[in-house]
Design a protein around this ligand. Structure first.
Ligand code: ADP
Length: 261
């Protein structure tokens, strides 16, 4: 905002003082545009599975009513699309919940080692189903941060889930934890498809995907990394992304440690 005082003198010599304030609207316009884009994207993402569901239901009630063989195919399709909508609404709710709490600092004492072990146990079955392996390198030191345990779990679930999604069969995903004097560093390392450097700066934007069809096919919503970025920033941490196309990616979270007593 800039303010100017302008002195004017009219013909009858009366003095007039004007105060002119100039507001730079670029930032607020950009924010408004982001909000409009977000609503449009979210509606579009919900409309597509909904249209498929309605189409499948109409076919089941009409032309395919007596075609028992077709039923299973349509049920599978409906199950997949309902799961997609459910994941999307979960992610949208997570994002808005994080935004509501954005300015309150999380204060629970949370052991990062424990969180990572339970995330690994949670995802292990899924990884095995995909014939992939998750390995863990965990130091013995204190790894307590001031945090929100559910949100921090969400961060590592999203990163490990992506590492599994975007790597080929039988690939290994490594989670490496190391501690410095004042911070703990968690790297999720995959030997998957990697990301072209031109996409890296936009990767944490809501609904930004390198390949939308592929992400949707794999059950992605395009919101996972936006959620990660918001949670990490609420914890006063950093997210770093390194990637080599065709070789793999490393997503690193750095969080400030609580001093040990
Ligand atoms: P999505 O639900 O599409 O996975 P994310 O926000 O989690 O959404 O990720 C955004 C995009 O970043 C993905 O669509 C994908 O193109 C890319 N991406 C994320 N993680 C990886 C990874 N480990 N390897 C390769 N690409 C990735």
């Amino acid at each position: 905002v800039a303010a100017y005082v302008v002195n004017l003198r009219s013909e009858d010599a009366a003095e007039l003082q004007l105060i002119v304030t100039l507001h730079d609207l670029t930032a607020s316009r950009k924010l408004e545009q982001m909000r409009v884009d977000f609503v449009a994207n979210a509606s579009h993402e919900l409309r597509t599975p909904l249209a498929i569901l309605i189409g499948a239901l109409e076919t089941l009630m009409g032309p395919a009513r007596d075609d028992l063989q077709a039923h299973q195919r349509f049920f599978d399709m409906m199950q997949k699309q309902s799961a997609r909508m459910s994941q999307l609404t979960d992610d949208l709710l997570s994002l808005s919940q994080i935004e509501i709490n954005e300015h309150s600092r999380p204060s629970e004492a949370v052991d990062i080692g424990q969180i990572i072990c339970s995330v690994k146990n949670m995802i292990q079955m899924k990884a095995e189903g995909l014939r992939k392996n998750i390995s863990l390198e965990l130091p013995e030191q204190n790894m307590t941060v001031a945090g929100d345990a559910d949100q921090l779990s969400q961060v590592f679930i999203n990163l490990v889930d992506n590492a599994l999604k975007y790597s080929s069969e039988e690939a290994e995903v490594k989670v490496r934890v190391s501690t410095g004097e004042k911070s703990v560093k968690v790297s999720v390392i995959d030997t998957g498809e990697g990301i072209d450097p031109e996409h890296l700066p936009r990767l944490t934007e809501r609904f930004y995907r390198v390949n939308s069809d592929r992400s949707r096919e794999l059950g992605g919503t395009g919101l996972g990394l936006a959620i990660v970025k918001h949670i990490v920033s609420r914890h006063r941490g950093n997210l770093e992304i390194e990637s080599v196309l065709g070789k793999g990616s490393v997503f690193t979270i750095i969080l400030p440690l609580l001093p040990s007593k």
